[in-house]
Design a protein around this ligand. Sequence first.
Ligand code: ACM
Ligand code: ZN
Length: 569
Amino acid sequence: MPPANTRLPLIPYPRSAVLTGGTCALNKATRVLFESGPHDLASWAAPMLDLLRRGTGLALPIAPALSGPTHTSITVGHLDGQPAEAYTLEITEAGVVLRAGDREGLIWGLQTLRQLLPAEVERPLPRVAADPGRPDGNLRPRPADWLPPPGKPSPWPTATLGEDAGGQGRGQRNAASAAAATAAQPAPHPVWSLPCLQIADQPRYAWRGLLLDSCRHFQQVAAIERLIDLMSLHKLNRLHWHLTEDQGWRLEIKTRPLLTEVGAWRLDSDGVRYGGFYTQEEARHVVAYAAARGITVVPEIELPGHCRAALAAYPELSCRGIALPVETAWGVFPDIYCAGNDAVFSFLEEVLTEVLDLFPSPFIHLGGDECPPDRWSECPRCRERMAREGLRDADELRGWFVRQIATWLAERGRRAIGWDEVLAGELAAGTIVQSWRGFAGATEARRRGHDAIVSPISHVYLDQDVAQVGLETVLGFEPEDPRGESASLAGSAGRTLGGEMCVWTEWIPQAVLDERVFPRACGGSEALWSPPPSGGARRRDVAEFRARLVNHSQRLRALGVAGLQASRL
Ligand code: ACM
Ligand code: ZN
């Protein structure tokens, strides 16, 4: 019998795990049994079972429940009366029994089972181009005089992914996936051994997010699938997809074709036409791919600021109405949607009608951050709007703007999310606030009865250099401090839904996504899924986590994740 405190090689660590001694062998006789019940467990489990089949080289056929006890079995059944995403996993010498009450719980249970198998079960994820926003798919040649600003990581990778696979642009995803499938040879092991144990697991937070900015740098669909696979491995369940920006509009909108014909392309300083966008078919594919892996894709359509690409396509939506190019520099820019022009709201409703059709997410992110008042204070139509609506200043006008769209969403059964700047105005009922400039926005939102997502720059902005936001910082992230200000909130307060790591890509072409995201996202997954530090400790045990991470990194390397040198773990 192993000592009770032996830690399993799992990230994030389950709520409760007890080794019971002995091992269970999966071999060619192993069958999968689905208990009958209210849900279609077989279809929920299919993508993960396929992954396990490919990895182990075992057929793992699905057998009727009465096929006999002589084989080792993986039994999948229902779990009643447990919170969302919960699962139980029992492994004995006779086999594996996994129970869950919903699709997500079932997927997380299978991910845990996968992590209990050795790293040899992993097959490399498809390779992707270095920077698909550029015509040749390769990284921009490094200009002699180019240096990132202090504190920003260099985008020039030491080891790039798939340099030899450049040019896998839109439409070539299927080819990439097919190539990966052919490369996946059955593993040589006829028998895979699992430790006998009992796990009862559920998430600490319902919102375990990762923001991907597809605007500053563009990623191909295969790279997003890859990120989704890696998120799912870590039980991260919200892909916040930042799709519109000053530097590019990345989602096809059928009623507004110029958004992508014009707004998806910028003329970079080296004369290269940089860009790309996702067709509606691709967006639907990403949504379905993510859902099959336990992840909700939450689209962000930024308003009223960070919209220069939309204004380049439709200049009449700005206060000045003048033609402007899609932005090429990084920063905050004064030209934003005109708040006094009713056509802006018709435009946004048209866009969002298509967005709602593509994204079944109950949540739609509206941005609301970094919205300078310059144009609005000079614009007669915006001033008239303020006078008519009794709004005192640009902050109140911004609040009014976001409230119009959030209310429109609520009427269609969706909840708006806004960055914490939206707190400057009154919020529509049900609006969720994402606190990024620290933790105070979340406390204020909750005090006002709104739910909050916490993603402070200081702890979870993965575009920050590791010297500022290191693995230990992300691992130590506590969305709410039980001894802090939020502890004194009244019963009518909103809830902290969870946290989100943010991957803004100004300095992150696709080639370096891996090393900006990992291993820090492993720490973030532990912070958001696993129970808080035990025994009154204020911090997690970093050394213990690192020991698990060293083991886990073998799996990530086998998957082809770059940048996991021992010095970075
Ligand atoms: C943000 O980083 N401007 C939300
Ligand atoms: Zn205006």
